[in-house]
Design a protein around this ligand. Structure first.
Ligand code: HEC
Ligand code: HEC
Ligand code: HEC
Length: 123
């Protein structure tokens, strides 16, 4: 009796939060970018974005080279997704560009412990 209640409650939560379709869908739904084109070919980025980011980080941190081309800030800005409140969602939402795929692929990244996952507020 108790267990079936729990299952029903969980099912409602899951459906309510919109996780339902994720179980049925064989592919993640990747939100569309705001800008016209990616910093590299999207096909290439799909496979190699982690290397591109690591490379950019190493250039900045070790060599002090600072460019915007592969900057994480730029990714997060152009790939921002607005939530129901009209504000960009953070990586905690599975609607977030980076989370959309990672959640599906069970990839866990620590980048957003330090870096903002939303476009930075303009001052
Ligand atoms: C100025 C806008 C812009 C910037 C900056 C940008 N992208 Fe993109 N990105 C796009 C567009 C446009 C596409 C093609 C798919 C689409 O229309 O959403 C894309 C595609 C991708 C894809 C493939 C998604 C898929 O549908 O398979 C990945 C992965 C990706 N970008 C990662 C990144 C990363 C990582 C960065 C930062 C280093 C970045 N992008 C910066 C616009 C951008
Ligand atoms: C098209 C799907 C997709 C999108 C969109 C995507 N990723 Fe990934 N990402 C993956 C997959 C799949 C892996 C694991 C690849 C592997 O293990 O070889 C990965 C791995 C990574 C890694 C390396 C993790 C590790 O443990 O080595 C980083 C860093 C990363 N992604 C950053 C990002 C960031 C930042 C964004 C958003 C700007 C993003 N990704 C968007 C699919 C995606
Ligand atoms: C412990 C905190 C921390 C974590 C975790 C972290 N970073 Fe950083 N990262 C920094 C700091 C600090 C800088 C230097 C800031 C600056 O000078 O802009 C930096 C710089 C960068 C840069 C170069 C600046 C830019 O945006 O062009 C990139 C790219 C980057 N990090 C990507 C990543 C990625 C990808 C991950 C996850 C795999 C990650 N970082 C995880 C702290 C962190």
């Amino acid at each position: 009796m108790k267990a079936s209640w729990l299952i029903a409650l969980l099912a409602m939560l899951v459906a309510g939060l919109g996780w339902g379709p994720a179980f049925a869908d064989p592919f993640p739904t990747i939100p569309k970018a705001k800008g016209e084109r990616c910093v590299e070919d999207p096909q290439y980025m799909r496979r190699n974005h982690m290397d591109v980011l690591r490379h950019q980080r190493d250039d900045t941190m070790r060599l002090g080279i600072r460019t915007t081309k592969h900057s994480l800030k730029e990714c997060v800005s152009c790939h921002a997704v607005d939530g129901k409140d009209g504000k960009p969602v953070t990586v905690k939402s599975r609607q977030h560009f980076c989370a959309s795929c990672h959640e599906f692929a069970a990839v866990d990244i620590d980048c957003f412990a330090c870096h903002a996952s939303t476009p930075e507020a303009k001052r």
